[in-house]
Design a protein around this ligand. Structure first.
Ligand code: F6P
Length: 358
């Protein structure tokens, strides 16, 4: 018998179900009469609390295009994994116990950076684990692309496109806030694809006066509008000099629901322009995966099944130069794939006059 547990952890994104389906279909094909798949509910929470159920082959049909995750998900911070809370639950021990109870040959985890840190912890504890990289942020070290990113980029780009028409009609300055707290891949790509005039990323602290300069420069050239794509994790030059604690305290005091509203107020005061803000938020993670993500998720899913067939555990499947390869979980854990300041996308954007507020 081959017993496999599958869970999805962290924020959801498009392509999770397509990837689950890829893993399951490839495994059922390889082990038609000897496979048991347990669906673990709501991420690591389900593994901690023994919330899982045996799935049937049919459960994995008709889910290729479905958004969200059929398994449910939750955020279980890695830094709390070894902490015993008031409920006296030893999370790591519970996960090991439930893994044993299900008599798993392998635990398949679909998730982002935090998920892979915990996956590595479980591998270090002796469990067989295989990871799949999901997130709209595309910030997982070791893979060129995560599933969810392209779908979210299409949505964010569509928002910028639509805002463009209204900005043109009214002759206004618009801010579109794109998801991404720590990294700016999504904002950078959607910003370029949507023709934004200014792109503010967490990796490049902005000087508000430089943004005003760009708006004024465009106005002097006779442009009726400007579009600013702002990552939700954008930081000002002044904030970038603060220690982490001070920065957090400053942001906790911030009266605005999102950074874009603060930027809008500062720009209005300095430029005299009417500024409007659009924050699509979780809209960017919703709905059906785009065809690219359906294919990528399916490739990752079948590659994960391939690792299980080979009994090659302790890896995350990754896309490297167009090819799916295994990357050790120990290499992935604890790293972040930020936007390199000298990457081609930033270079080409600068070459055509897009401002990064620096
Ligand atoms: O990691 C994906 C992501 O959508 C980030 O872009 C965003 O900062 C975060 O999750 C939002 O998290 P939550 O869904 O918990 O509000």
């Amino acid at each position: 018998m081959m017993n496999i547990g599958i869970l999805t952890s962290g924020g959801d994104c498009q392509g999770l179900n397509a990837a689950i389906r890829g893993v399951a279909k490839a495994l059922y094909k390889e082990f038609p009469d000897e496979l048991k798949i347990y669906g673990i509910q709501d991420g690591y929470g389900g593994l901690i609390h023994g919330n899982y159920k045996e799935m049937k082959e049919d459960d994995f049909s008709g889910i290729l295009t479905r958004g969200g995750t059929i398994l449910g998900t939750s955020r279980q911070p890695f830094k709390k994994m070894r902490v015993i809370d008031e409920d006296s639950v030893d999370k790591v021990q519970n996960m090991k116990d439930n893994y044993k109870k299900m008599e798993l040959d392998c635990l398949v985890v679909l998730g982002g950076n935090g998920t892979h840190k915990t996956a590595n912890l479980l591998a270090e504890e002796g469990l067989n684990v295989v990871g799949l990289p999901k997130t709209i942020d595309n910030d997982i070290w070791g893979t060129d692309m995560t599933f969810g990113f392209q779908s979210a980029m299409e949505i964010a780009t569509d928002v910028i496109d639509r805002i463009h028409t209204t900005a043109t009609s009214h002759g206004r300055v618009f801010i579109v806030e794109v998801m991404g707290h720590k990294v700016g891949w999504l904002t950078l790509h959607a910003g370029i694809a949507g023709g934004a005039d200014v792109i503010l990323l967490p990796e490049i602290p902005y000087d508000i006066d430089k943004v005003v300069e760009e708006i004024n420069r465009r106005e002097q050239k006779g442009k009726r509008f400007s579009i600013i794509a702002v990552a939700e994790g954008a930081v000002s030059l002044e904030e970038s000099k603060l220690k982490k604690k001070e920065f957090k305290a400053r942001r906790a005091e911030m009266k605005y629901p999102a950074i874009s509203y603060r930027i809008a107020e500062e720009l209005e005061a300095r430029s005299g322009h009417e500024i409007r803000v659009t924050v699509p938020g979780h809209f960017q993670r919703g709905g059906s995966p785009c065809p690219y993500d359906r294919v990528l998720s399916t490739r990752f899913g079948t590659a994960a099944a391939g690792l299980i067939k080979e009994k090659k555990y302790g890896y995350m499947v990754a896309l490297k130069n167009g090819v799916i390869v295994p990357v050790p979980l120990s290499d992935v854990a604890g790293k972040l794939k930020s936007v390199p300041l000298d990457c081609e996308e930033i270079r080409c954007a600068r070459e055509m006059g897009i401002s990064f507020g620096d």
